[in-house]
Each structure stands twice: as C-alpha cells, then as structure tokens.
Write a protein that binds this ligand. Structure first.
Ligand SMILES: *[C@@H]1O[C@H](CO)[C@@H](O)[C@H](O)[C@H]1NC(C)=O
Ligand SMILES: *[C@@H]1O[C@H](CO)[C@@H](O)[C@H](O)[C@H]1NC(C)=O
Ligand SMILES: *[C@@H]1O[C@H](CO)[C@@H](O)[C@H](O)[C@H]1NC(C)=O
Ligand SMILES: *[C@@H]1O[C@H](CO)[C@@H](O)[C@H](O)[C@H]1NC(C)=O
Ligand SMILES: *[C@@H]1O[C@H](CO)[C@@H](O)[C@H](O)[C@H]1NC(C)=O
Ligand SMILES: *[C@@H]1O[C@H](CO)[C@@H](O)[C@H](O)[C@H]1NC(C)=O
Ligand SMILES: *[C@@H]1O[C@H](CO)[C@@H](O)[C@H](O)[C@H]1NC(C)=O
Ligand SMILES: *[C@@H]1O[C@H](CO)[C@@H](O)[C@H](O)[C@H]1NC(C)=O
Ligand SMILES: *[C@@H]1O[C@H](CO)[C@@H](O)[C@H](O)[C@H]1NC(C)=O
Length: 405
C-alpha cells in the first residue's frame, strides 16, 4: 500500500481523481446505508429496589417491524443475551423474586413468546492465567487456579447513554488494585467503534469490550486466557470461521477476522454471530506497537446447565440451554508478558443476521483507483497516439504510392 500511496500522491488533485472519488463515495453511501433503530435503556426494569446479587440492564433497539432486546447482567458471570422478535411491540418481563433467587428458569420472559425469531447469549465464564516460563505461549502447563467470574464482586452498572460499564474483582490480593471490566455499547445504527480495533457494527449488533487492568500477575511471565461460552436454544453459535480481512486505516496490521456463527441445520443462513479481530491492546490508549495478536481454541460443546449456573440471566431465560465454549489467548511467543503493562483489552461484536464485512475504506480505494487507473489511462492515451500515428503513416505511404498508380 505504501508504494501505491507514494506513486499516487502527485495525482491526488487531478480532476479525474476527484470525479472518481466523488462518484465512488456517493455510490458506497447508497449501498451501505441501513435502517436505524430507536434505542432505549432501562436499568433493573420493574425491580422494587436495587436487586441482590447483580443488576440487569435492558436495552431495547426498536426497528420498523422488529425489535432487538439486549439484556446485560452481572447476576453471576457477566452475560449478554440478545433476543430478536418479529414485532416492534414485544416486551421483557422479569419476575424479580425468582430472578434474584436463581433457582428456577422462566423468571425472564420476552413476550409475546411467539414473536421470538432468534436468541443467543454470551457468557464470560473464566479468566485463566499461566506461567509462560519458556515463552512458548502454549497454555498447556503451569496453569494457575482459574478465576471464576461468577464468584467476582461486581460494581453497580455505570451507564452513559447506550453504554454500560461493569467492573469486578476476585477476592484476594491480586485484584487489590485492579479489575476486570466489561463495557457494553449498543448503537442503533451502522458505524465503527471509537477505539481500536474500530470494529464495524450494524444496527443489529452490540459491542463488548473486555479489559484487565492493574491486576497483579502470579508470575513475572504470566499470560492470560479468557473463556467464553455461547448459549442458545436450538442453534447456539457452534463454529468459528476465520476469514481474510484487509489491513486498513481502522485496524492496521491485522489481516483476519474471526466469526463464531450460529447456523440453522442444513441451511447456509447465518442466524447470529460473535465477530472479532484477533488482536488485543496492551494499553488503554494504545499506539500501534501496543497491539498483540490473540488466538482462539476450537469451540467445544459445554454443559448448558453449567452455563445456567454461572449466569443467572441464562438460567432465567432458557429452559434447556445448549452451550459451546472456547478460550481466547492473548499474546504469542516472543511478545511482552502481561507484567509489562499490566493491561490488555479485547473487543467482540454480538449480533443477529449476517456479520458486517469490512471493505476498503474510501481513502484506500481512491488510492488504488488512482494507482491502477493512472497507468491504464496512460496506456490508453499511449495506444490512441500510436494508432493515430500508424494511421497517419499508413495514409502517408498510401499517398506515396498514388502517383505510381
Ligand atoms: C419490515 O420493514 C422493512 C423496511 O421498513 C420492509 O422492507 C420489510 O418488508 C418489512 N418486513 C415485514 C415482514 O413487514
Ligand atoms: C428458590 O429459592 C427461594 C428463596 O430462596 C425459595 O423460597 C424457593 O422455594 C426456591 N424454589 C425452588 C424451586 O427451589
Ligand atoms: C411472528 O412470528 C410468529 C411465529 O413465527 C407468527 O405467528 C407471527 O405471525 C409473526 N408475526 C409477524 C408480524 O410476522
Ligand atoms: C521449559 O524448558 C525446560 C528446558 O528446556 C524444560 O525442562 C521445561 O519442562 C520447560 N517448561 C515448560 C513449562 O515447558
Ligand atoms: C466459585 O463458585 C463456585 C460455584 O458457585 C464454587 O463451587 C466455587 O467454590 C467458588 N470458588 C471460589 C474460589 O470461591
Ligand atoms: C462512570 O464512568 C465514567 C466514564 O465513563 C467515569 O468518569 C466515572 O467515574 C464512572 N463512575 C463510577 C462511579 O465509576
Ligand atoms: C513485574 O516486572 C517488574 C519489573 O518490570 C518486576 O520488578 C516485578 O517483580 C514483576 N512482577 C511479577 C509479579 O513478577
Ligand atoms: C441439528 O442437527 C444435529 C445433528 O446434526 C442434531 O443433533 C440437532 O438436534 C439438530 N437440531 C435441530 C433443531 O434440528
Ligand atoms: C480453556 O482452557 C482451559 C485450560 O487449558 C481448559 O481447562 C478449558 O477447558 C478451556 N475451555 C474451553 C471452553 O475450551
């Protein structure tokens, strides 16, 4: 790309360039515009008093003829539930005594139940730490006892608009000056996250950013993994596909995107997804060198009952949950250890329908158009000139023969 940039910079202001840029921008705008949703936020809807054991946030994203309900809860391990209904008037009802008791399913309902098209939940179940003595980034040996996120002490939800921040700490000295935080953002329209990896989102998705900040590692060479579980009724997300992505101005130096998909049996239609770029950042306000690659393990079937025990939200909504789990590991061999900054952050998108796909940004496309278009134009002009000259030469020679005839 750098070569293209250099080559093309002198053509940036040519009328040809500006014309193609303008026509491209208006075209791409028309293609990518999607419907917006009306987003409303309610904390602990209908609860008589601040609930015991964790809060519940309901974000309602209403479309013209459908509604997405995002439910985010710290009742146990942090979890986000997405329910898509085919009407703009569906509601969420919570039986608070049952929800707080966490011993029976059905305490959270989306009504009318016949309007539910699709639902899925993601649960952040465990934080794992290992001593990478030989700097191999293979977490098979030397795992410390895992941090069970369901046993954390979680803060009240800190709301600002359609964004909610939840921070928690495990008992013990390691978390004395640090915390694990999960931040939910719901958008209501298409766009990009504010900070790296600047994931593309639609009105049908919500973003979760997770970070571990200031926690004391149990070894100098500690690295971390985060265990996630997806939960669903008939079709929980059960497969991860890794696709090529482009290295653009939004997520520099990352060429892949991972999609954890929920697909109906025998169909190619994607019902829901988790999507992330395999990158974490070692600082809260990162520079490019603070990016660190991450990897994921293959999703494994997990016990739905265990997921319901970990998250009160899963228990409350699902009668017979099915679950899959995987680990995301942060850092590769040779990368700095957690102790270097005592921070990492990672971001994932949860949504329904097809996941958004990155395309080249208008700037990069314009560069390419100029980089490729200019030589073509020169070739064309050159070709025309050669043709004209040849014709001229041919008619000249024809003219030269005429007197003889
Ligand atoms: C839902 O609304 C969209 C746009 O407003 C429309 O294109 C679509 O046909 C509607 N679907 C149904 C099932 O009414
Ligand atoms: C659930 O817990 C509540 C209060 O802790 C109790 O009154 C109720 O009997 C329990 N229900 C079941 C089904 O265990
Ligand atoms: C929503 O789905 C239910 C069940 O699939 C169906 O009975 C109902 O007619 C649908 N409503 C709309 C508005 O499409
Ligand atoms: C680290 O390397 C040493 C020497 O090669 C080896 O004995 C040890 O088992 C390795 N430790 C781990 C956790 O891989
Ligand atoms: C975490 O919670 C589980 C289930 O609630 C419990 O079995 C386990 O002992 C707890 N672990 C710690 C370290 O408190
Ligand atoms: C809530 O979050 C804002 C920033 O998002 C922060 O400035 C504020 O201190 C937080 N409040 C609490 C009580 O943590
Ligand atoms: C973290 O690194 C510092 C030096 O950078 C070192 O003094 C400290 O002991 C390390 N912490 C742990 C837990 O190993
Ligand atoms: C989907 O297929 C799997 C096996 O291929 C089967 O176990 C499962 O019950 C099917 N689910 C539905 C909802 O048909
Ligand atoms: C995550 O990694 C730990 C340690 O290797 C393992 O015990 C656990 O089963 C893994 N979880 C999943 C969902 O694969």
């Amino acid at each position: 790309m750098a070569a293209v940039k250099k080559r093309s910079s002198s053509f940036m202001f040519s009328p040809f360039f500006l014309f193609s840029l303008v026509s491209f921008l208006s075209l791409s705008d028309a293609v990518t515009r999607s419907s917006n949703r009306k987003v409303t936020v309610a904390l602990n809807p209908g609860a008589p008093s601040p609930p015991r054991g964790g809060e519940l946030l309901h974000v309602r994203a209403e479309g013209d003829n459908d509604t997405l309900h995002f439910l985010f809860s710290s009742q146990g391990a942090p979890a986000l539930l997405l329910v898509h209904t085919n009407t703009s008037s569906s509601t969420v009802t919570v039986n608070w005594p049952q929800f707080e008791a966490r011993n029976i399913s059905g305490s959270l309902k989306v009504e009318p139940e016949s309007s539910v098209l699709y639902s899925t939940a993601v649960v952040f179940s465990r934080l794992l730490e290992y001593d990478d003595v030989n700097d191999t980034a293979e977490p098979t040996f030397d795992l410390f006892p895992p941090y069970e996120l369901q046993n954390f002490t979680w803060s009240r939800l800190n709301l600002s608009g359609p964004t909610a921040l939840l921070c928690g700490a495990a008992a013990g000295p390691a978390f004395a000056g640090g915390s694990l935080c999960v931040q939910l953002s719901v958008f209501g329209s298409e766009g990009r996250g504010q900070s790296w990896p600047r994931l593309l989102h639609t009105a049908d998705s919500a973003q979760l950013a997770v970070w571990l900040d200031g926690v004391l590692p149990r070894a100098t060479r500690s690295r971390f993994l985060l265990e996630l579980q997806t939960v669903g009724g008939a079709y929980p997300p059960d497969r991860v596909e890794v696709h090529r992505s482009i290295d653009d101005e939004f997520t520099p130096s990352i060429f892949k995107v991972s999609r954890w998909l929920s697909v109906e049996n025998g169909s190619s239609e994607v019902l829901g997804f988790l999507q992330w770029k395999p990158v974490a950042y070692r600082r809260a306000a990162p520079a490019l060198e603070d990016a660190t690659p991450c990897r994921h393990s293959e999703p494994q079937p997990r016990s739905g009952a265990a997921a319901a025990e970990a998250s009160g939200l899963v228990l409350a909504f699902y009668e017979a949950p099915r679950a899959f789990g995987l680990n995301v590991s942060f850092g590769l061999a040779g990368e700095p250890f957690y102790n270097s900054t005592k921070f990492f952050s990672w971001t994932v998108l949860l949504g329904t329908g097809d996941p958004p796909v990155d395309s080249f940004s208008p700037l990069v496309l314009a560069m390419m158009a100029v980089g490729l278009g200019t030589p073509l134009l020169l070739l064309l002009v050159g070709g025309v000139c050669v043709c004209v000259l040849k014709r001229a030469a041919a008619s000249a020679s024809a003219a030269a023969y005429e007197p003889i005839n």
